[in-house]
Write a protein that binds this ligand. Structure first.
Ligand code: ADP
Length: 261
C-alpha cells in the first residue's frame, strides 16, 4: 500500500505548516515559535507542535518548562496555551533524556497521538517544528497528515547548505510542498549601521535561483532573540512593534499568501 494513503486531515485544523532544517542550531525552533506568534498577531488561531522529539526546546522557549498537559473527559490531551497559542511538546510529557532514545514504532505512535489525541480545536494554522535533518519524524508526518507548505531554515554558509539540500530533497520525495527558505543569522547590524557577516556567504542564493525556491525571510542575528528564548518569551512578543518582531510579521504575511488556496 502507498504509505501516503494513510494521510488524514486533523479535524478542525485548516492548514499545516512544517518548519525543517538541514542541521540543528540554525534557528528552526526560533522561527517556528515567532512565526506562530506573528500569525496570531494577524488574528489567526494558531497551534504549535514541537515534533523535535530528540531535543524538544519549545517548552523552554515558551516559558512552559514543567508544565504537564491534562487529559480531558473525552480522553483527549489538552494543549498548553502560551501567548494565545495552543502548544504541544513531547517535552511536556516525558523527560528530555528519555525521548532521545525513541525509535521506530514508539516514535510513530507518539506522532500519531500528537495529531489525533490532542484537542487542537479549531485552528487556522498548525505550525510543526520538525527535528533537524531527514529522519523518521519528517517522513512519518508526511505519511500521516497533509502538509500545506514547508519552510526550511538555514544559515548562509556552504557547510549549512549541503545539509539543507538533503532536507529539501526529503520534502520533494515526500511530496511536501516547499514554500521557501528562511535565511537566519544572515548578518549582524554593526554600530554604524553596517552589516557584519557572521558566516562566510556561500552559494545559497545561487542555489535558490537555480532551483527557483523563494527566500521568504532574511533574519539578522539579534542578541534579543537569544535573550528572549532564554527568558521563555518569544521575541515577537517581547519586542512587538520593533524590527525584531517585524521580520517575523513579514514572514507570516508571506506564509499566509503562499497558503491561500
Ligand atoms: P534549532 O531549532 O535549529 O536547533 P534554535 O531555534 O534552538 O535552533 O536556535 C539555536 C540558538 O540560536 C538559540 O539559543 C536561539 O536563541 C539562537 N538564535 C536563533 N536565531 C537567532 C537569531 N536570528 N539571532 C540571535 N540568536 C538566534
Amino acid at each position: 500500500m502507498n504509505p501516503f494513503q494513510q494521510q488524514a486531515a486533523i479535524p478542525g485544523v485548516a492548514k499545516i505548516i512544517a518548519v525543517g532544517s538541514g542541521k540543528g542550531g540554525v534557528g528552526k525552533s526560533t522561527v517556528s515559535v515567532n512565526l506562530a506568534v506573528a500569525l496570531r498577531d494577524r488574528g489567526l488561531k494558531v497551534g504549535l507542535l514541537d515534533a523535535d522529539i530528540y531535543g524538544p526546546s519549545l517548552p523552554r522557549m515558551l516559558g512552559a518548562l514543567n508544565q504537564r498537559p491534562e487529559v480531558g473527559e473525552n480522553q483527549k490531551i489538552q494543549p498548553i496555551s502560551r501567548y494565545g497559542i495552543k502548544t504541544m511538546s513531547l517535552g511536556y510529557l516525558v523527560d528530555e533524556n528519555q525521548a532521545a532514545v525513541w525509535r521506530g514504532p514508539m516514535l510513530f505512535k507518539a506522532m500519531d497521538q500528537f495529531f489525533r489525541d490532542v484537542e487542537w480545536g479549531e485552528l487556522d494554522y498548525l505550525v510543526i517544528d520538525l527535528p533537524p535533518g531527514t529522519g523518521d519524524v519528517g517522513l512519518t508526518m508526511a505519511q500521516k497528515v497533509p502538509v500545506h507548505g514547508a519552510l526550511l531554515v538555514c544559515t548562509p554558509q556552504n557547510v549549512a547548505l549541503a545539509d539543507a539540500k538533503k532536507a529539501i530533497d526529503m520534502f520533494e520525495r515526500t511530496n511536501v510542498p516547499l514554500m521557501g527558505v528562511v535565511e537566519n543569522m544572515a548578518y549582524l547590524n554593526g554600530p554604524g549601521g553596517e552589516k557584519i557577516q557572521l558566516f562566510p556567504r556561500g552559494e545559497l542564493d545561487g542555489f535558490l535561483d537555480v532551483k527557483k525556491i523563494p527566500k521568504l525571510a532574511q533574519i539578522p542575528f539579534y542578541p534579543e532573540i537569544g535573550l528572549s528564548s532564554e527568558a521563555g518569551v518569544p521575541v515577537s512578543e517581547s519586542h512587538s512593534g520593533d524590527e525584531q518582531a517585524e521580520v517575523f510579521n513579514q514572514l507570516a504575511a508571506r506564509v499566509v499568501a503562499a497558503t491561500q488556496i
